[in-house]
Design a protein around this ligand. Sequence first.
Ligand code: CA
Ligand code: CA
Length: 392
Amino acid sequence: MRARTLALAAALVLAGCTTATDAPAGPATATRGSASSPADGDSLPFQVREVASYDQPWAMAFLPGTPYAAITERGGALFVRDLESDRQVEVDGVPVVQVAGQGGLGDIIVAPSFEQDQRVYLSWVEPGDAGTSGAAVGLGRLVVDQSGARLENLNVIWRQVPKVGGDGHFAHRLAISPDERYLFVTSGERQQEEPAQDRSTNLGKILRLNLDGTPAAGNPFSDEPYPATEIWSLGHRNPLGLAFDRSGRLWNSEMGPQGGDELNLVVAGANYGWPRVSNGSAYSGADIPDHAAGDGFEAPTVWWTPSVSPGSLMIYTGSAFPEWRGDAFVGALSGQSLIRVDLDGASATVAERFAGGDLGARLRALAQGPDGSIWVLQDGSGGKLLQLTPGT
Ligand SMILES: [Ca+2]
Ligand SMILES: [Ca+2]
């Protein structure tokens, strides 16, 4: 079995682990616009272990059947870390990425067939003509053996169209549907606003693709020309979080403008309103109508004003924290905290916010470990990799 080979390769010579040294961030100041106020506190009801640090880490994925996790850095590096020996190697064969503004190397997730074929999906920003750029998603093999780790046969299977100028709102978070038939991709509106309502682009959308990156049959606009054939939902701004719950519902988190950050229950064909409506305001101070019943747009289930800047979304399914099973976690960037959201069917309520110690920092990514522990990547230079386990 290939997976066994991977596990045995744990003994390979790996580079020494890095040590985190950055100072703790300032106090969190986030509040919510749509939920009661839970108490903030510096005492955390779990243990936090600092594992390592990275330079602008962006995403983390556990590699099934191995003791490894893959971790991306926005600057273009991909690492495979052995969580048992605490050693890591840098992966060869990562594509050239355009690193500017919010762009660079992005998400990584494993394909449903990973244990058989080591396939992973990777997202990044690629350059275009005349200073333009856009997000891309590649599918390839992440091979780990005695000689190191490398990406093989990596092919681009999806792109943002069109490529435009500017270096913001790429989004490019990835998720596999629970039935393991579809790849979902978030596509930010590149700070262009109007494309989020324009079905002749795939900007400002959530896309549903086959596992090979082609548009999935049965999508809501499948009778329109490409790229409308890819669109699952529209009217999104900067959707940096995407996760399925235990009942198969899809949720996304996204950044509003000034205020109006959102947690949305994502429904096929629904329009989430950007830039027509938002519970936030334009940075110019100009009003944007709030979401309102009967306006034709899907309102967020939870929203935050002032902004917390949700940078990631995870729905917990593990056993280590049984009381949290089925709940959503948002990693807040400007909100400098880990936010737990109670999910109950289609309803969602902010439950508590953890801002003590190392969680009182800009948080970039969340992942659930095979043992049900929760892993957190801080944002920025020296961003720490943290493992949360039961106990105090
Ligand atoms: Ca909205
Ligand atoms: Ca508004």
